[in-house]
Design a protein around this ligand. Structure first.
Ligand SMILES: Cc1cc2nc3c(=O)[nH]c(=O)nc-3n(C[C@H](O)[C@H](O)[C@H](O)COP(=O)(O)OP(=O)(O)OC[C@H]3O[C@@H](n4cnc5c(N)ncnc54)[C@H](O)[C@@H]3O)c2cc1C
Length: 426
């Protein structure tokens, strides 16, 4: 039995904690947020690999993850239906997955309010230095697994040169209650994975469980993600500035998003989106926004310390795979530790397995998103324009189940970077 510390108690950390606990290890999770983490995040597309990961983490097969749909459609500007594709999928939410995974970890092993500052590697063990409120504390372990998100403090220590690269656009997100929507919206797009593809932009959405994980008709909600260009500099800064004029370069929290920006965004929605999506946006109380980033690491094992989840690689959300990737990382780590013990060698094996797969996911996500930029006026993004059917057929699909619908052509990595901007946690 090895002592393993996991930094970060979100979905990635919980996935790893549960898999390693099941293998009999002495696991503790260090999470900097004190108090409830519920209510973070929004919809999550599931993949068979995620279901497998959840099973391995100890989840019962019979647990319902969320809402099942049969297919996808795109809406034209006038609200008529464009493309329709059969593609069954299950849509869940961050809160649902957090609740299911968190309750499997014994309370004494999930330490909240502990913010990790530094990791010290000794010949035979690792010492983690953290702040618990005002108090300095240390923890010892055989291995440290850092699942502390895109701004990972652990990655900053071991690989400070690896930084997120701003993709040049943001996602406006929100969740609208089913009960407030018109029959037009309910009868066309609500029960599907919906798209609307104005030039240079993209909105997608899908039904998710309503409050209390209620999946009954009338009690569900519709989760939307609207990708809009916002070049680094004044355009992005304006979006990250609240109504009192305070700039939040590190990511603006949902309750700080300026009402003026929300109002402008709603007006644009009425002008350029299908009325069904404009209605959802109008009726969502607090839409929020997140800048979109690429993050690709060249090393994710540092002797007895490994990076996983968003701390190691982040693909743009078009692949809808962040949580699935975290589950695959956790399973690969657990496998390597089974084969090689809690050693630096195990982490090297984990790294060899995951680096190429994660890089591929980041490349594919960039490819899925890049066409929007190639359509934008004055763009220098040299990508092939994609037709709407390809976008609908390729976005957030379960590759294991449906494969590639079109040939995936990697696009060059962007160099544009906005040093101050940060991924909002969700
Ligand atoms: C617009 C959008 C849509 C998305 N849609 C999907 C989707 O459909 N499907 C999907 O699978 N994924 C999706 N994702 C991605 C998904 O949300 C993430 O990949 C996933 O949540 C990653 O989890 P994580 O545990 O690695 O990191 P995070 O969720 O970022 O968690 C990091 C945790 O570490 C803690 N922490 C940070 N620093 C410290 C420290 N110093 N000490 C202790 N704790 C610390 C934080 O408080 C946090 O709890 C989407 C993302 C975006 C932006």
């Amino acid at each position: 039995m090895a002592r393993i510390l996991i930094v970060g108690g979100s979905l990635g950390g919980l996935m790893a904690a549960n898999m390693l606990l099941k293998d009999g290890h002495d696991v503790r999770v260090l999470e900097k947020v004190r108090g409830s983490m519920d209510g973070r995040g929004a919809g999550i597309v599931t993949h068979d690999a995620l279901t497998e990961g959840l099973k391995r983490a100890g989840l019962d097969d019979s647990e319902s993850l969320g809402v099942a749909i049969d297919g996808r459609m795109s809406l034209n500007h006038d609200g008529s239906v464009g493309i329709e594709i059969d593609m069954p999928q299950v849509l869940t939410s961050w809160s649902r997955l957090y609740h299911l995974l968190h309750r499997l970890v014994p309370a004494e092993r999930y330490l909240q309010g502990v913010s990790v500052e530094r990791v010290e590697q000794l010949a035979d063990r690792v010492v983690v230095h953290a702040l618990d409120g005002e108090q300095r504390v240390t923890f010892e372990a055989d291995l440290v697994v850092a699942s502390d998100g895109i701004r990972s403090a652990v990655r900053q220590q071991f690989a400070p040169q690896i930084q997120p690269v701003y993709a040049g656009y943001v996602a406006w997100r929100g969740v609208c209650d089913e009960s407030v929507l018109s029959n037009l919206t309910l009868n066309t797009v609500f029960d599907t994975f919906g798209f609307c593809l104005p030039v240079g932009e993209q909105i997608i959405g899908y039904p998710v469980a309503g409050p209390g994980n209620d999946t009954r008709r009338g009690r569900r909600a519709y989760n939307f993600v609207w990708y809009r260009p916002a070049p680094a500099g004044p355009a992005l800064d304006a979006l990250l500035t609240d109504a009192d004029g305070v700039h939040h370069p590190g990511g603006i929290s949902p309750n700080k998003v300026s009402w003026k920006n929300v109002s402008d965004m709603r007006q644009d929605a009425r002008r350029i989106l299908a009325p069904q999506f404009a209605e959802m946006i109008e009726k969502t109380a607090q839409p929020f926004l997140q800048p979109i980033y690429d993050l690709a690491s060249t090393q994710i094992a540092f002797d007895r310390v490994a990076l996983m989840g968003d701390a190691s690689f982040v693909g743009r959300p078009h692949i809808g795979m962040g949580v699935t990737k975290a589950a695959e990382d956790a399973a690969a780590l657990a496998d390597a530790i089974r084969s090689h013990g809690a050693t630096a060698e195990a982490l090297r094996v984990y790294e060899q397995q995951r680096l190429p797969q994660c890089q591929m996911a980041v490349d594919r996500a960039r490819w899925l998103g890049a066409y929007m930029q190639s359509q934008a006026a004055g763009s220098d993004a040299h990508t092939t324009e994609r037709n709407a059917r390809e976008v609908v057929a390729e976005t957030a699909i379960d590759l294991g189940r449906y494969g590639h619908v079109t040939a995936f052509r990697p696009t060059p990595a962007p160099t544009q970077q906005h040093a101050g901007a940060k991924h909002a946690e969700h």
